[in-house]
Design a protein around this ligand. Structure first.
Ligand code: MN
Length: 223
């Protein structure tokens, strides 16, 4: 099995003016594509790992030979996180979160605005390249939390189920916002796909290990 770049779920220009088409095209067609290509290349000499999903590889790095462990860590992580990121956004204005997710945001942050401020603050403070997440602890009573990961690490590596994610690598915003990461973070909310976040929240009752769909969602198969 070769890992494949998932098809883009909307047009590159669909998130204008919030995210420009050129950024989206470079981000998906070049950056994400390179993680997929580099992951396949790292696995070339290890056929026994080629049937594993990118998520499995990321969560089982100790079973990956040391020679390719760093390459698999970075590129499987890049593939998983970007696959989640494209789905975290959607064209067209949307209402905020609804249903159980809205209730949980209210319970754990005090309200949507407080959650968004916490998310923007964490994303702005992350040093270097990484990701900012709304995740749900699989222990601690299933509370929602904002967290960040460096490089292409994923909260599942710490047992936290990802609900919503934004990419704060410079390649996600530099063309439009240059060094102003805060502007990018604040300007991102109108394109958030709250339906997808709510769907992920419903699934978070199960751990990724017990949820076969959790992996298939990360690994959309083309054709
Ligand atoms: Mn990225």
């Amino acid at each position: 099995m070769k890992h494949m770049l998932p098809p883009f779920p909307y047009y590159h220009a669909s998130l204008e003016p919030h995210i420009d088409a050129r950024t989206m095209a470079l981000h998906h067609d070049q950056h994400h594509a390179s993680y997929v290509a580099n992951l396949n290349s790292a696995l070339e000499q290890f056929p026994e790992l080629q049937e594993r999903t990118a998520l499995w590889l990321l969560l089982n790095l100790s079973k990956v030979p040391e020679k390719i462990r760093t390459a698999v860590h970075n590129n499987a992580g890049g593939h998983v996180n970007h696959s989640l990121f494209w789905r975290a956004m959607s064209p067209g204005t949307r209402d905020g979160p609804a249903g159980r997710l809205a209730d949980a945001i209210k319970r754990d942050f005090g309200g949507l605005e407080q959650f968004q401020a916490r998310f923007d603050d964490a994303g702005g403070k992350l040093f270097g390249s990484g990701w900012v997440w709304l995740a749900r602890a699989q222990q601690d009573g299933g509370r929602l939390q904002v967290c960040t990961t460096s490089g292409h690490d994923n909260p599942l590596m710490q047992g936290h189920y990802p609900i919503l994610v934004n990419d704060v690598w410079e390649h996600a915003y530099y063309l439009k916002h240059q060094n102003r990461r805060g502007d990018y973070l604040k300007g991102w909310w109108p394109v958030v796909n709250w339906e997808e976040a709510a769907r992920r929240f419903e699934r978070s009752d199960r751990s990724a290990e017990q949820d076969p769909e959790a992996e298939s969602l990360l690994e959309p198969v083309i054709g």
